[in-house]
Design a protein around this ligand. Structure first.
Ligand code: FE2
Ligand code: FE2
Length: 189
């Protein structure tokens, strides 16, 4: 069984009303879709997992991940999706460790997407379209910038992917560029 984007979106919007959280879901969706393509995996499945990864965060921040499991089980979502979503909180709000390629990718790019979003909002263009690897690396190294985005988790995720950090950074930027309009990062360009 698989979940299509339309039903995922309906559920996502049922639980999320805040612009920032909606944009974050759409951004992680965009990056997951791009990585699915990169790895030759199921684009819709990876997108749905990205879109709904923080499903419970707005309404149940204290029960993050746990509540999502409850909601998605009640909705009859396949365990593969639920596990992938819940394991993004590994070590923080979940005991399920990212294992599959989809899980490890989500773990690596979630917080990274947050840093990129913050970086874009500060640019004169407010856009991801003119963001490059060099400026992302600068923001990444500056621990005071978007301090809420945990660098250690990102690095741990990249290690689990056994990929080069710059490749992951570059592909994450590309994923957001491809869907800049949809995920609120087109800015003035
Ligand atoms: Fe989360
Ligand atoms: Fe997130």
């Amino acid at each position: 069984m698989s979940i299509n984007r339309e039903e995922a979106m309906e559920l996502f919007l049922k639980y999320n009303e805040t612009d920032a959280l909606i944009q974050h879901g759409l951004q992680v969706e965009a990056v997951m879709m791009h990585f699915a393509q990169y790895f030759d995996e199921d684009v819709e499945k990876w997108g749905v997992v990205g879109l709904c990864h923080d499903l419970d965060y707005e309404k149940y921040p204290e029960e993050h991940c746990k509540k999502t499991r409850e909601i998605l089980e009640a909705e009859g979502w396949p365990e593969e999706y639920i596990r992938a979503i819940v394991s993004h909180g590994w070590g923080i709000c979940s005991e399920e460790k990212p294992e599959s390629l989809m899980e490890r990718t989500l773990f690596a790019i979630d917080e990274l997407t947050g840093i990129i979003n913050a970086a874009c909002l500060l640019r004169p263009s407010k856009s991801v379209l003119d963001l490059n690897l060099k400026s992302l690396n600068k923001k990444f190294k500056d621990k005071k910038f978007a301090a809420g985005c945990n660098r250690d988790i990102i690095l741990q995720g990249i290690e689990m992917l056994e990929m080069d950090k710059n490749v992951v950074f570059e592909e994450t930027i590309k994923g957001l560029q491809k869907r800049a309009d949809i995920c609120g990062l087109k800015g003035e360009l």
